[in-house]
Write a protein that binds this ligand. Structure first.
Ligand code: G4P
Length: 526
């Protein structure tokens, strides 16, 4: 058996994030092609939700159901074991993406060269920043007209608030796109539009090699040299440690659709991206190389098929080796559990596995045993941190419409919240339940599932809220004074933490000015 250290060192667990349509699905597919996990382009049934289906959430759930197997895509590439964690493209499921980001060691961001940094990317980058996740940026669609590459770099720096360092450089763009100069490996990659073929490389010593002029013509070769000189002048040399510290993001240019620049990205990625890193528990930092197994649930995927209404809990292995049929402690329940059919995700297939290593994801069949954030260990009481809730964007009161089914409704709400479908707050003023989500679709999902899985009927009532803020203060009196003054807007979350429900940005700003001793947080972990 390979040693634990070898297995850890060869693992790369990451997510690809982007604004919808930038090319995440296409890039994922091309990476799978290189890993031999698929053999033709177009084979990925990804988590991507078809644009036409935005109003039809049942259809969306069906697609999500189908895509359980592609939620995690594991494959071998050379000596490396790669785990890509897929994230839903639809922004109404952004909370899912935030949580997935807690289970990865690094991230590749895809940006459309014409559109630049878009809203969803900005938001996801904030999560990466909070967690100090190393990021590599892939600027996509160079075969189309787009922005000037220098402008893109400036935009990336200012919008994503991270220093950037180009590791490849495009020669023209759109119809005149000729390829990229690979700064990282000193090669010239010539562009031939083709969906299946890989990049053609001209081996050169450096950019002054006459082979460059031959390949792209004198004018473009001169422009390239000029650009590179500027780059060397403006951007400090690339330092891997700065990337690993999340201080600098290397940037690559290419075209995922044409499989151009993708292999270069992947080769650099496996070399520089981090292997599984320590995970912080409340009690201590847990090293991946420790002998005993530990892991946490970062995602629960409900199966919407009425004939198989089971869930899968996705567990990220943090340390040691996970073994089938071994006894593990479910810390929250204080119970020992055994799993006879854990699944792993390889080459788009879900198979029973006997063991899994740090960085790997195992799927455990679940019918209500797990909650997002639950920890499994060999016995030690550990509670992994870093699965914060983010302030929802939409809020509604949930009302029972069938008094005979109150119990069912409450149970249904509890379980759906455990799964992380939405967040529940109890208003302390009127005792009413408020559900907070990041998108309209979740309200429909909740209503449907309460009825079909729990036999409970509910109705939504509007409540106008801007944000939910978790509050704290070192000054107990100030906290009490604030809660008294804002008693109509105070709520408790499911863990019993104080939450202030601000009904407008102005009110929130006033509260921050009037109560300087109170700290307002937009995530539940601070
Ligand atoms: P997403 O997962 O980030 O939402 O994006 P996806 O990969 O689905 O790509 C969105 C659209 O952009 C797709 O076209 C895809 O073919 C196209 N695309 C991706 N990479 C490139 C590229 O390098 N160059 C060009 N020109 N286009 C690219 P679509 O018409 O929306 O979908 P489809 O019918 O082609 O699947």
């Amino acid at each position: 058996m390979a040693s634990l250290t070898t297995e850890i060192n060869r693992r790369r667990t990451f997510a690809i994030i982007s604004h919808p349509d930038a090319g995440k699905t296409t890039l994922t597919e091309k990476l799978l092609l290189f890993g031999g996990a698929i053999h033709v382009a177009g084979a990925v049934k990804s988590n991507k939700i078809k644009k036409t289906a935005t109003s039809d959430w049942m259809e969306i759930e069906k697609q999500r159901g189908i895509s359980v197997a592609t939620s995690v895509m594991g494959f071998n590439y050379g000596d490396y074991k790669i785990n890509i964690l897929d994230t839903p493209g639809h922004q109404d499921f952004a909370e899912d993406t935030y949580r997935t980001l807690t289970a990865v060691d690094s991230v590749i961001i895809v940006v459309d060269v014409a559109k630049g940094v878009e809203q969803q990317t900005r938001k996801l980058m904030e999560v990466c920043r909070m967690r100090n996740t190393p990021v590599i940026i892939f600027v996509n669609k160079l075969d189309r007209e787009g922005k000037d590459p220098f402008d893109i770099l400036d935009e990336l720096e200012s919008e994503l608030k991270i220093k950037v360092r180009p590791l490849s450089w495009p020669i023209n763009i759109g119809a005149r796109f000729k390829g990229v100069y690979n700064i990282y490996e000193h090669g010239l990659d010539l562009f031939t539009p083709d969906k299946q073929k890989v990049t053609e490389r001209v081996e050169i010593k450096d950019v002054n090699d006459p082979a460059v002029d031959e390949a792209v013509g004198k004018a473009d070769a001169d422009k390239l040299r000029e650009d590179l000189e500027l780059i060397e002048g403006v951007y400090p040399d690339f330092n891997v440690l700065d990337y690993l510290d999340a201080k600098v993001a290397p940037v690559f240019f290419g075209s995922a659709l044409n499989t151009f620049g993708v292999k270069e990205l992947l080769d650099c990625f496996v070399r520089i991206a981090p292997c599984p890193r320590p995970t912080q528990a409340e009690e201590r930092a847990v090293e991946p190389g420790e002998d005993t197994f530990s892991g946490f649930v970062f995602k629960i995927h409900a199966n919407m098929d009425p004939n198989h209404r089971s869930c899968i809990a996705f567990v990220k292995v943090c340390s040691g080796v996970f073994r089938r049929n071994a006894n593990y402690k479910h810390i929250r329940l204080g119970k020992m559990l055994k799993f006879s059919s854990p699944t792993a995700f390889m080459a788009q297939k879900k198979d029973i596995v006997d063991e899994a290593y740090p960085g790997d994801i195992v799927g455990l069949p679940d019918n209500g045993t797990f909650k997002i954030g639950d920890t499994l260990t060999e016995g030690e009481d550990l509670h992994f941190k870093g699965l914060p809730s983010f302030s929802p964007e939409m809020f509604k009161y949930i009302e029972n419409t069938d008094p005979m089914k109150t119990k069912q409704l409450n149970k249904g709400i509890e379980q759906l919240m455990d799964e992380g479908v939405a967040q529940l707050f109890i208003n302390q003023f009127n005792g009413r339940k408020i559900i907070g989500t990041v998108g309209q679709l979740q309200f429909e999902v909740i209503q449907y599932r309460l009825l079909h899985e729990y036999g409970a009927q509910c109705r939504w009532e509007p409540i106008h809220l801007y944000k939910a803020c978790w509050i704290e203060s070192d000054d107990e009196e100030a906290l009490e004074a604030f809660k008294k003054r804002k008693h109509q807007f105070m709520a408790l979350d499911r863990e019993g933490r104080d939450v202030f429900l601000a009904d407008s940005g102005y009110v929130l700003q006033m509260a921050q000015t009037d109560f300087p001793k109170i700290r307002f947080h937009f995530t539940s972990e601070f």
